[in-house]
Design a protein. Structure first.
Length: 199
């Protein structure tokens, strides 16, 4: 890990220049890599409203903050940090992928505000209660959930993951059956109309 990188308006512009990104028009950047930089605090992202993917892996971030301007963000990678609480994600209404693996999270909260979330990685945290994971089953958009290798009692969490996969499979099967029935009804109606036409 490099020495601490303090996120300021100036340091971010300098980094963009070094990475050959848009430094004078930060809003045009759609991906930025900020992994392994010793970052302790997320800040100075107000001008980066065009970001769709941001990488914060392997830093020293302890709090989810400073993300509110990123209204177009779709992928957020925060694995291997020091985060203990899921918060500050309310404005990320387009977020689809959230990686919080290998942090210090004990309770799963703050995700009900994310209507597009489809992939969530919570492996390697401290989640110990089945109820902390089961409520995620109500999240209709969620297609992939990883809660493996939690450092306290992950068996119940894995069972919840299996149940979620089964629920998703059942819902998909029901949708296919519904579409099949609709198609059959359309065929029957078309045949009836054709027969009536030649009577």
């Amino acid at each position: 890990m490099d020495c601490e990188f303090v996120m300021t308006k100036e340091s971010m512009k300098k980094l963009c220049r070094e990475l050959k990104l848009y430094s004078n028009c930060p809003e045009l950047n759609d991906v930025i890599h900020l992994h392994q930089k010793g970052i302790r605090k997320i800040q100075a992202l107000e001008e980066y409203i065009g970001l769709r993917t941001i990488y914060f892996e392997c830093n020293a971030i302890s709090k989810l903050e400073g993300l509110a301007p990123l209204i177009n963000l779709q992928c957020l990678y925060l694995n291997q940090n020091c985060i203990s609480q899921i918060e500050g994600l309310e404005t990320l209404q387009q977020l689809e992928i959230l990686d919080l693996a290998d942090n210090q999270i004990k309770k799963v909260t703050g995700l009900s505000c994310l209507p597009c979330l489809r992939q969530l990685n919570l492996s390697g945290n401290f989640i110990c209660h089945e109820s902390d994971v089961i409520h995620l089953l109500d999240c209709k958009s969620l297609k992939s959930l990883d809660v493996s290798n939690n450092r306290i009692d992950n068996e119940k969490a894995l069972e919840a993951e299996r149940n979620m996969r089964l629920t998703i499979a059942n819902e998909e099967a029901a949708t296919r059956d519904h579409h099949r029935k609709e198609f059959e009804d359309i065929k029957i109606k078309a045949k009836r109309e054709l027969a009536e036409k030649y009577l």
